[in-house]
Design a protein around this ligand. Sequence first.
Ligand code: NDP
Length: 328
Amino acid sequence: MFNALVVNKNEEGKTSAAVEQITVDQLPEGDVTVAVEYSTVNYKDGLCVGPGGGLVRNYPHVPGIDFAGTVEASDNPNYKAGDKVVLTGWRVGEAHWGGYSQKARVKGDWLVPLPAGIEARQAMAVGTAGFTAMLAIMALEDHGLKPGNGPVLVTGAAGGVGSVATAILSNLGYEVAGVTGRPEQADYLKSLGATQIVAREELNETTKRPLEAETWAGCVDAVGGDMLARVLGQMKYGASVSAVGLAGGAGLPATVIPFLLRGVNLLGIDSVMQPYDNRLRAWERLAKDLPMDKLEAMITPATLSDLPGLGKDILKGQVKGRVVVDVN
Ligand code: NDP
């Protein structure tokens, strides 16, 4: 018997989450069983711990879209007992039971060996949010972003994606402007390397002007909606925006003018189905380019029993940086 956070749905369709004892026999099919050490809390986890947001189809359900730990048993030729591994994406924690559990059984093809220089706890401080921030920055670089091009905007800066993006960009030598709706987090963002703080109100209203002053050399956008539409019109000529999230809305009330007159690029970033080679590339970059002292400053520690509350908090945009869940 071991502990897991189990979400049940009652006959009225209402969900409730609690720590329960489960057995290995209850785990879903897979060729690798992992003794989970740490998990984390992403925006999507908030949905899956609560009513599911359309992501969870079957109950009872064990959420947790990320985990890191040690392989306990493996029928997969690429992994053996004792290997340190990390998992993000592949709809684990949504369609397949996830990491809010002391053990998880998954397809070995979904795992990535823990990169040298990153421990299980640090890997979960990164988690899907930080991994996606890295993918977003890699996409901007692949489209020509270089230090010296000008300031890079990070929206939703005090959140998970935003905090990791800010720390990496600053470490790579970029000027980073962080957009936040929480002015009290300005010092935190500056400690991660932000050189400019932009108030959310300045950017979350639409404007009738499709183009404004050319301001940003790149953007990692965790917010979407009105803010993304506004930012597109403020990008420098030929600059790119990595569209990561929808914390501010899934709509995009924009015009095509920034694409046509300024050659602006809107780059879609998906972490869930990301091919293996690029996953390895992103984790290697994280080990090299994310300063571990800054990652440490983002961490709020938690346990399995804290998760129902944290799930609600992240959906309200009230989680700062990254939560690391010690499942044991
Ligand atoms: P967090 O909740 O940690 O961060 C989101 C941040 O966005 C908040 O902290 C807040 O930052 C800001 N924010 C929240 N609500 C609003 C609003 N109404 N208007 C403007 N800003 C707002 O979540 P994550 O960092 O984990 O995820 C961010 C987004 O990225 C989510 O939408 C998530 O679903 C998406 N995502 C997508 C992935 C992909 O594969 N494409 C992978 C991971 C995440 P502040 O207080 O500083 O303003």
